[in-house]
Design a protein around this ligand. Sequence first.
Ligand code: M6R
Length: 609
Amino acid sequence: MCGIVAYSGSGDALPVILDGLKYLEYRGYDSAGVAILNDGRIETVRAVGKISALEQKLKKQTLKGRLGIGHTRWATHGHPSLENSHPHGTADGRIVAVHNGIIENFNVLKNQLLSEGIAFQSETDTEVLVALIGKYYAGDLEQAVRAALNEVTGTYALAVIARDRPDELVVAKKASPLCIGLGRGEVFAASDALAFIKHTNKAVYLKDGEIATLGPQGLVVKNLQGKKVSYKITELSLDPASIEKGEYPHYMLKEIYEQPRAVQDTLDGRISPQNDGALFAELEKHQEYLIGVNKIVIAACGTSWHAGLVAKYLLEKHARIPVEVDYAAEFRYRYPVLDEKTLVMTISQSGETADTIAAIGEAQALGARVLSIVNMPASTIARDSDMVVYTYAGREIGVASTKAFTTQLAVICLLTVYLGRLRSSMSEEYAAGMLQNLKRVPNEIAKIFGEVEHIKKIAGAFARHSNVLYLGRGVGFPIALEGALKLKEISYIHAEGYPAAEMKHGPIALIDENMPTVVLAFKGRRYEKILGNIMEVKARKGRLIAIASESNDDIDRVADEVIRIPDATESISAVLAVIPLQLLAYYIAVEKGCSVDQPRNLAKSVTVE
Ligand code: M6R
């Protein structure tokens, strides 16, 4: 959370930094700021709110210079105010820095610095770190940053400039992402290469505990002991055009519509030519281990956790492996019982979610091996895991996860077949059937877009409600949870997902004409039971939207609104059913005038505990 950008080169720093910040706004948008060095002075401009507010301020005040840093904030220490906005500087203005992460011992350090007569303007941990760097600064910026970081516990991606070092940028990383971009006569540093990909595709990913000095002497990377270390230049294949919104009003809508392509890309090359097996070349050398596994524990957060719940249903039913699913933050602190025969599976779009990263460490420390399903290559989770299976959703920028989820489900279906066949718990015919159905998913998703006008109308009618219940049975239950999460995060309507049968054990008390219910009523062995639950809602005057399979005609008689998905098996229906739920949440949020891509209080990638 929080995004940082830094630039040093022959060009004008401000436009590059501002443009970069816009690409990082998904990381937080409570406030934003820039600091540019010019003629021996560092000028700082900050604004509360989104980057557009900062741009407005900068129209009245031009900052010129070739070295600068920028920040977009997701508040941790101190509310979103001007004083708490980054960049933060030392009282004498000699050193200025931007930071993403948390300095855990900031209180101890702050008290020490206060006792030495240093005053603070903000409530932030970052200002304490900057003051500490200032304390150690005697002309060698890298040395001062290193001295300060050696006293710090916590996490950081940090970019620092000094008034009397006009060509020098010092950056450091520990457990928060930081990437350096090497251009021609210019260098960049950012929380995400998205911020500079228009300028260069040559990137260096710093490792934890490394400090880099970027300047005329090139790039020098050291560890916290001051020893030079080698680095690797990676050529990024990210297409700058793929990160634009194009004709769409929001990234979320664009990403919903990208799902047929994203799922197809994720399936490509992973189904055997005879259609009877799933192919994962990346798992080949782990086959013996995977055969011997006696339990899978899945750890993830948010939407990725919902994908984990879907995996439990599929892996237990079709591959016959016991599966537990944990919130990553709970897993890491609950002393899980694991051993070398436990496969811990993590699922993450960003590959940078702090709790999921910590879960991997915990699992490995307890002797388990970790297989991660990740969308972002070169991410921490991809690096830390013993086995990695990528989803190919492409960049997901909207805060509400959409295409990442469906591609995770595609990988989970493939893994179910892969493990089922590997462990001889699934027949060739059964595998072939599942894979045949899976291959149809991209086309079937595209068909659901034909329902969009109908969904818009429903959204118009339901946007006024304050509470919505989502119900599903079996593999429909995690999809109900996901539908509820989508609605609450972008439209601020309170929504709850429940297994439909649980409704009678409490939530039914909430149902009246003001509490609509969304029911997943697709084909499968629980369909009749779901119809029963629908009747229970209707008997209490509840309004009802059903997501139903095309051939489920009887649903029209009981539901107020029906959104159709193509007929499919129960597992595939679950994948398809999430599409109308994403669209419903999207159009309700639009109807309410909400900030769809940047919902309040959220950030795309949750890099703090
Ligand atoms: O990047 P990850 O998949 O690890 O992120 C996990 C959650 O933070 C994420 O899914 C979040 O819940 C989304 N905002 C949901 O739309």
